[in-house]
Design a protein around this ligand. Sequence first.
Ligand code: SF4
Length: 335
Amino acid sequence: MQNMKIQNPIDCVLGITYKCNSRCVMCDIWKIKDFPELPVEEYKKLPSSLRDVNISGGEPFLRGDIPEIIATVKKAAPKARMVISTNGFMPQLIEKQMKEILKIKPDIGIAISVDGYGDMHEEIRKIPNAWEKDMETLDRLQKLGMKNLRLAFTILPQNVQDFSKVYDETRKRGIQFTHAFAQSSEHYFGGSNNDNNKPDLEVLKKQYIHLINGELKSWHPKRWVRAFFAHGLYKFSIEKVQVLNNDPGNKFFYLDPRGVVYPSVVHNYPMGNIQNYDTLDDLWHSDTANDAREKVVNLGRPAWMICTARTAIKKNPQKVVKWIVQNKIGGMRDL
Ligand code: SF4
């Protein structure tokens, strides 16, 4: 690793709290009993090279100082696009906080986690009226004039048949759809084990063909790239292979609420605690960070998530364009 050229990070997830008001079946964060929260000033240390920042948790709106965090991150990384990932279960509070946040960062996005259509969402999240609460949050945010909105679906064996229904709901509402495959993570999903996440293959394939063709049919290049990402996630969930190399700990990192930096949300190799450094840049070039990168290469498992995939897609535009051209004409019939 000594000679490896270390690049500046362009993408990150900031977990700002472990507090959570949901009880999701695929995540144990809500069982964590201590709630370390990084002081707002620590976010001043983030690098200006960042282009995409996902503010996550736990439930990030349970931090009352979330507007200050957004302002601090914006100052540190002025060119970064920002999205807040929320479970959406506090419609009034989210609306109130977003009125403040939109004054600071008018183009910020919100991703509301929705893991099923209607009752199925409640079954996964174990919160009464989960679907109604999220649709109320969405309505309130749309009334504020927000355009950068998406529903985020996490695939599990129980909910796989609802995948395309939630996708169709986003098309109806004119918002974006994003999705992930539930994975195990000691430092991100509270240690929950999702290694047996094996949805029915035929159902999964049908859902993906519907989604991929829906995105490819549009005339928005961004949606074609989302189709490519979906194709990559299908391959990853079935074969555990990455369609493109991505760079955890190189162009991407996860910062947890204690201040510990990891190569990604599934690579549990601490790179250092930001509180012990003057800047993230110093941490990024430390021996501990290099050791963590080495572990990713030697021990790390494959990953395909929107955060790490985004950097891989940017790095391999020809491969992505080739796939789009091959599949746009005539649509995709099989995977
Ligand atoms: S997945 Fe998100 S909303 Fe669900 S328990 Fe974990 S942190 Fe909370």
